[in-house]
Design a protein around this ligand. Structure first.
Ligand code: ZN
Length: 629
């Protein structure tokens, strides 16, 4: 509820008064004061927000992900017979990395947990000026794309990177820039260091289904906008982080891809100037991925629908170019009049479109633009809303080729945003992109882009189809996921802070939120907190008999012993699967009591506690066991 310390004190005071009235004496309050409450939260040691290993362990163990968690990479062939790419684990990358891990005797048979990272600067503005923060978020590749979008604990902040400041006259110094990049990579390597050992040697972890598995970590896709990608890939501004296309002609389809070994050889073989001019590689930046096995930063930079496609190519380029075109052709006054008409069409599109297309369902995303296209502050959602109304709004005002160009980009965009893809939709994307490249020549022909079009954001679209084959649907890795996290992880905690050295306070708030979420999962799992607090209280008070009887109050561990666990555990651990019956085992081990020992063990698991064990009852009371092991 983001209450202040004073409000919490007051609320606790009221609760204490109510208890006193109810029971007639001053019973112990739940918490003495806000400090007592905070200390209690801090004492929950289920999670350490900044220890990446503990954070991953916590995420992998979250029972709420059960059913939305892929334990293995998979290839999906629906009835059409065409391979489908959806979640990260359905893509070629997860399959290939799992193969590498399977072929290493040290890691053979382990479950792969891809570590998805995202970094994005954000600004909180106040009257006295802006404060910048640079949070790093982490998720795991095993959860479905849907869960990564919707579940609060599937993407968590793990660090705030330093934003080095220097006197203005030195801000453009090469030495300072290099320092900033090196610090960035050294910080990321340090943050991920707790996971490094688990990339070569399996770690045993509890999984959402309650089973334990051997786990190998793998640095996964990195979600970042272009300036961040430049820093991450150690390339020169204007170059592509994924291929060697030269900045003057980025959309050259013959450009060779960048990859880790090639970059290493470049750096070994050439001097800094050649690296900079010929390969667009910055010599003295060692990407953080070099500290970890198998990770290739050029491959791992994932498509970014929000910055490259929606905000970048559509809003910042095409919408701006159309406006420039109108000014160029009609002069200022007439252009303004046409822009007003376009604005008006955009504003009323939410009424016109559903009427025109009778069968169309309601358009929940459509919205009025109070000032038409002349927004001051554009958010991703504004751009997405504009996409829906822009095409009919400009028709008639600009050449047909411009309309076709924007239509082709919109086709590409809506295809890219699909939750799943197959060879057909990927081919449609290729076709839409080819149409876009053909028709965008209109902006060159009309003299708006005399030097040609060679822009990193637009060039990135060329890498989308192969990225979907590698990582599944891009909407599972989009920066809209990390951007929406800023509110909870940065903006709200910042508002609550004293604004004096706020970072420590922001981190503390995040730590407390994670701890509360973790303890809540534990309480729910143990049947101590069913749905919400009020329901739990009603069950406790005997007011909800039905719920109490059907609630999840069976011991979680007993439940876990059920079900098809043997198969999956054995497969994943890649131990040859065999079972043997108890009698045979007993004979081969020369232990005649194996069977009764198992029964004793089962009794203790099912009914035992600190006051009561199998030895307290007759062996006849122990559950019978004569099955296979
Ligand atoms: Zn490229």
């Amino acid at each position: 509820m983001e209450s202040s310390q004073g409000d919490v004190d007051k609320l606790l005071h009221i609760l204490e008064a109510r208890e006193t009235l109810k029971h007639g004496d001053a019973t112990h309050p739940i918490f003495d004061d806000a400090d007592h409450l905070h200390n209690t939260i801090d004492a929950i040691d289920a999670v350490h927000a900044r220890d990446t290993l503990a954070a991953v362990r916590n995420m992998v163990a979250n029972p709420e992900f059960d059913g939305s968690f892929h334990y293995k990479p998979f290839e999906e062939y629906p009835s059409t017979g065409k391979r489908r790419f959806s979640d990260l684990m359905s893509g070629r990358w997860a399959w290939k990395q799992s193969d590498l891990i399977a072929h290493d005797p040290e890691t053979h048979g382990s479950m792969v947990v891809p570590i998805i990272l995202g970094a994005d600067k954000t600004t909180v503005s106040v009257a006295t000026g802006n404060t910048e923060f640079h949070p790093v978020y982490m998720s795991i590749g095993n959860v479905t794309n849907g869960v990564r979008h919707a579940h609060g604990e599937a993407v968590i902040p793990i660090a705030f990177l330093a934003i080095p400041k220097v006197a203005r006259e030195h801000a453009d110094d090469n030495a300072f820039r290099l320092f900033r990049k090196q610090l960035y990579h050294a910080s990321l390597a340090h943050i991920l260091e707790p996971l490094r050992e688990g990339m070569a040697k399996p770690v045993v972890m509890r999984c959402p289904d309650g089973h334990w598995r051997r786990v190998i970590f793998e640095i996964g896709p990195f979600i970042a906008d272009y300036p961040e990608q430049v820093c991450l890939a150690g390339i020169v501004q204007g170059w592509c982080p994924k291929c060697l296309a030269c900045p003057e002609n980025l959309d050259d389809r013959t450009a060779a891809p960048r990859f880790r070994d090639h970059t290493d050889i470049q750096v070994e073989s050439f001097d800094a100037v050649t690296l900079w001019d010929t390969f667009g590689t910055v010599a003295d930046v060692v990407p953080f991925t070099r500290h970890f096995p198998r990770a290739d930063i050029h491959q791992l930079l994932s498509p970014d629908l929000l910055h490259q496609l929606i905000k970048g190519t559509f809003k910042d380029h095409l919408v701006t170019w159309v406006e420039e075109y109108l000014h160029e052709v009609h002069g200022k006054a007439e252009a303004e009049r046409i822009m007003d008409d376009i604005d008006r069409r955009c504003q009323f599109a939410d009424i016109e479109i559903p009427e025109r297309i009778a069968s169309a369902p309601t358009f929940p995303g459509l919205r009025r633009f109070p000032e038409g296209c002349k927004f001051k502050q554009w958010t991703g959602d504004d751009s997405k809303a504009l996409m829906k109304v822009y095409l009919p709004a400009i028709t008639g005002h600009v050449p047909a080729r411009m309309v076709k160009c924007i239509a082709a980009l919109l086709d590409f965009c809506y295809l890219a945003r699909r939750p799943s893809h197959d060879t057909d939709t990927l081919q449609l994307m290729d076709e839409a992109l080819a149409r876009f490249h053909l028709h965008r020549m209109v902006f060159i022909d009309e003299g708006l882009r005399p030097d040609g079009i060679s822009l990193p954001c637009q060039h990135a679209l060329l890498h989308y189809v192969s990225a979907i084959r590698l990582f599944g649907s891009p909407n599972g890795l989009c920066s809209s996921i990390t951007e929406s996290k800023h509110i909870r992880a940065v903006k709200k905690p910042w508002r609550r802070s004293s604004h004096n050295k706020p970072l420590g306070q922001i981190i503390r708030t995040n730590t407390r939120l994670s701890k509360l979420a973790a303890i809540r999962v534990q309480f729910t799992k143990r049947g101590m907190l069913d749905s919400d607090v009020i329901t739990a209280a009603r069950i406790e008070a005997g007011l909800d008999e039905d719920l109490a009887n059907h609630g999840p109050d069976e011991g979680g561990d007993v439940m876990d012993a059920d079900g098809p666990c043997a198969d999956s555990t054995v497969t994943l651990a890649a131990v040859p699967a065999y079972t043997v019956d108890v009698a045979a085992l007993s004979t081969s081990l020369h232990k005649p009591h194996v069977s009764s020992m198992i029964e004793q063990f089962l009794y203790n698991q099912l009914y035992g506690d600190e006051h009561h064990c199998a030895d307290d009852v007759l062996p006849e009371m122990w559950p019978l066991f004569g099955g296979n092991i």
